[in-house]
Design a protein around this ligand. Structure first.
Ligand SMILES: [Zn+2]
Ligand SMILES: [Zn+2]
Length: 258
């Protein structure tokens, strides 16, 4: 399983991109910066998109991606999400401004097929098994585990305190986790359902207590104004836990094994 980081911030600018990740060039996790990170050829290789939740920083590029697929005549792409996410796409981002992408037009088929996935139920997507697990956030949200061969990657999407509940159902090899705020902003993070380095440490301790090991930890979804603080505080957490915590950046790639 090869993981490519496309966007790794929760704010969009010339130098920061919204969250999106690509597995083996064909399965996207979230779509915040799906088109602005990839060439047309690379986009045409995407066969499925799995979404963590409805927030626009995780879904926005579905519109240009769908339009590119429609204009270029690429095969329809399956989009997966929990009921809340799919309902929101149907009435909002896609249904509201680009319904042709999900409904088709005359003889022309839809560019994006929307599919609801249920929590805790393994769904086969391409050659992968994916499972959505509820995670605490400001809106209903799922973390997504992707399994290929012997490798399990769990992507938290946006999640805050209470993420440890997910560890009862999961034992991934790799954890791609958000860490949006610095610890100075812990109160706000608790209110809006995000993690700080301190909160991440707490949930990693819970994970180890339950499973006896720590997964490889890759951090994403950092709020740019807090980036320096988050990096400094994560380095301390890493030392305290005796475990590497790597802060990802756009265009990084990771070979996660098979
Ligand atoms: Zn987000
Ligand atoms: Zn969110």
């Amino acid at each position: 399983m090869k993981l490519r980081i496309l966007g790794t911030n929760n704010m969009s600018s010339l130098t920061t991109r919204w969250p999106a990740y690509l597995i083996d060039g064909r399965l996207a996790l979230d779509a915040g910066s799906l088109t602005r990170s990839l060439t047309f050829e690379e986009q045409s290789g995407i066969r499925a998109v799995a979404l963590s939740h409805r927030h626009v920083d995780h879904t926005f590029d579905l519109v240009p991606f769908g339009l590119n697929a429609k204009v270029s005549g690429w095969p329809a792409v399956d989009v997966y999400g929990i009921q809340d996410t799919i309902d929101s796409l149907r009435t909002g981002l896609l249904g509201g401004i680009a319904p042709v992408l999900i409904e088709g037009q005359g003889e022309e088929q839809a560019a994006l097929n929307l599919n609801v996935i249920d929590y805790h139920k393994e769904t086969t997507v391409l050659d992968y098994s994916i499972v959505a697990v509820p995670v605490p956030h400001a809106v209903e949200a799922a973390g997504i585990q992707v399994t290929a061969g012997g490798t399990k990657l769990f992507y938290t999407g946006d999640a805050g305190q209470g993420l440890s509940e997910a560890w009862k159902h999961l034992a991934p090899d790799v954890l791609l986790t958000e860490c949006s705020h610095g610890d100075e902003n812990r109160t706000h993070a608790l209110r809006v359902g995000h993690l700080t380095p301190g909160l991440l440490k707490e949930t990693l301790v819970d994970f180890k207590g339950l499973h006896g090991y720590l997964p490889r930890v890759l951090v994403t979804h950092i709020n740019p104004p807090w980036e320096e603080a988050v990096r400094t505080e994560l380095a301390i957490v890493s030392e305290e836990l005796g475990h590497e915590i790597l802060v990802t950046e756009s265009d990084m790639t990771f070979d996660l094994g098979s």
